[in-house]
Design a protein around this ligand. Structure first.
Ligand SMILES: Nc1ncnc2c1ncn2[C@@H]1O[C@H](COP(=O)(O)OP(=O)(O)OP(=O)(O)O)[C@@H](O)[C@H]1O
Ligand SMILES: [Mg+2]
Length: 450
């Protein structure tokens, strides 16, 4: 009986390649493994989790992928075979229970907020497979779950390929190794992997390697060579969470405030943006809601402005189209709710280029910074901006797909295209507005607010 069990365990663990061995032996708090496709990362994650479960009776572990189907295909189904006779899977708990009390739970974070379900929970070890598919917010939330009053190792194992919404934070921590106050460089280990490390795959599936070798330029450099300088397809390569995301503070009363919005029934995306005296923009509030009819959207924007003095509400020109049913335009309906819209420039490429200028990181007095900063509460903008891709037919433009990613960046583009003015000093009279923001027409019955 004992021999049969040991035999099953040996079969389940198999033999690691050299990089996988380094991954198994790494002892720092955060271990990232990857850089290129097919090196055997997911395999190593499954094995490491199984080894830890057997070695530390009672250990609690969490294994995450971005979506449930990926989790099932890549991990749950293979582990059902590999752990047959060693651990039992319970679908209701989404977890393997080991006879020694160890537990390996599975989770996914389809949407940004899914990660909040783990807040307050404790795990000794967390695996994030394809960590570049997770945002920095998700990583930070999960990092806080890594704790427990026991002597088990506390570690987070990440696997990663270049590209994806998490490209920048993974690259900063593990590849560029640039650390913020409070981050200890010794906590971070990176083990580069390439498909050529994976003998098992080279032998069984040479076609996979030649597929990687024949990819077009950027994608080949990213997926075959693990080049982090390339993020195949990302439009706003200048976006970095450590540079552009700021903790909220109270906006001084004399700063100019703008609201830039994009409206459709599928999504209202609105951003409140304050300009300081140095001309830096702070995106300090976000409205992001689907299914609102025009009057509801307008009311929402008005209510969220909370009586603040807004210099201009910028919106795309198509909101001035008259609707067949009422004969009124969305802009008029907004006006009826006291939100007087200003037509924004709608040249897409010029708008994106403008936004790139706002986002361009530069070295300031306090380290790397940018002219546009986003308060950490504006979650959807922080998620969507770095995920936007180039339009494959017009590389100067952003792709319209996935459509859900476009709403927030579109709204910000209307702001960038408007050349907004910085705040005057706290006691100065308000400066003349630049022509782009001056109202040129009196909208039926209402004046813009300045
Ligand atoms: N040490 C090993 N022994 C036997 N098979 C292995 C080993 N390492 C990896 N494999 C197999 O090689 C294939 C690719 O491995 P895996 O899926 O882990 O790669 P990956 O780096 O996660 O790939 P991707 O970048 O696409 O996510 C899988 O079929 C896996 O089972
Ligand atoms: Mg994998």
């Amino acid at each position: 009986m004992r021999n049969r069990k040991e035999g099953a365990q040996r079969r389940a663990f198999g033999a690691p390649n050299e990089k996988q061995r380094q991954f198994f032996e790494a002892k720092s708090r955060f271990v990232a493994y990857g850089g290129a496709r097919g090196g055997g990362k997911s395999w190593a994650v499954r094995k490491k989790a199984s080894l830890l479960a057997v070695r530390y009776p009672g250990i609690r572990m969490l294994l995450l992928r971005r979506s449930m189907p990926e989790l099932r295909e890549n991990h749950i189904l293979p582990l059902m075979t590999e752990l047959h006779g060693i651990a039992t899977y319970r679908e209701t708990d989404k977890a393997f229970g080991f006879a020694n009390g160890s537990r390996l739970r599975f989770g996914y974070c389809d949407s940004e907020r899914d990660v909040l379900q783990y807040q307050g929970q404790e795990f000794d070890v967390i695996f994030m497979d394809e960590a570049t598919q997770f945002s920095y917010f998700q990583f930070s939330t999960l990092k806080a779950c890594l704790r427990g009053a026991n002597h088990f190792p506390k570690r987070m194992y990440l696997t990663c390929n270049p590209g994806g919404v998490g490209h920048e934070w993974v690259k900063r921590l593990f590849v560029r190794r640039e650390y913020l106050p409070g981050e200890n460089p010794a906590d971070y280990t990176f083990i580069p992997a390439r498909v050529y490390d994976n003998r098992a795959l080279l032998d069984c599936d040479p076609g996979y390697v030649s597929m990687l070798e024949n990819l077009p330029g950027d994608l080949k450099r990213a997926w075959l060579e693990g080049d982090w300088e390339i993020f195949a397809g990302q439009y706003f390569t200048e976006f970095r969470e450590d540079v552009h995301v700021a903790e909220p503070f109270a906006i001084p009363a004399h700063w100019r405030r703008y609201v830039a919005l994009d409206y459709g029934l599928d999504m209202l995306a609105g951003y409140w943006i304050a300009l300081d005296e140095r001309g830096r923009a702070w995106v300090y509030r976000e409205a992001y809601e689907s299914g609102l009819i025009v009057s509801q959207a307008a009311r929402k924007i008005r209510e969220m402005s909370g009586g603040e003095r807004i210099d201009a509400y910028l919106a795309p020109p198509d909101l001035w189209n008259r609707r067949q049913d009422t004969g009124k335009s969305a802009a008029e309906l907004f006006g009826e709710q006291g939100v007087f819209l200003q037509k924004a420039e709608n040249d897409r490429v010029q708008g994106w280029y403008g936004l790139k200028e706002w986002l361009r990181p530069y070295r300031g007095e306090e380290g790397m910074t940018a002219r546009l900063k986003i308060f950490s509460g504006c979650r959807n903008l922080i998620r969507c901006l770095p995920a936007l891709q180039h339009d494959p037919h017009n590389p100067n433009d952003c792709a319209g797909e996935p459509h859900e990613l476009t709403h927030g960046p579109d709204a910000l583009r209307y702001f960038a295209g408007a050349r907004p003015a910085p705040a005057a000093g706290p006691h100065a009279k308000r400066a003349e507005l630049p022509p782009a923001l001056r109202t040129e027409e009196k909208m039926e019955g209402e004046w813009l607010t300045w």
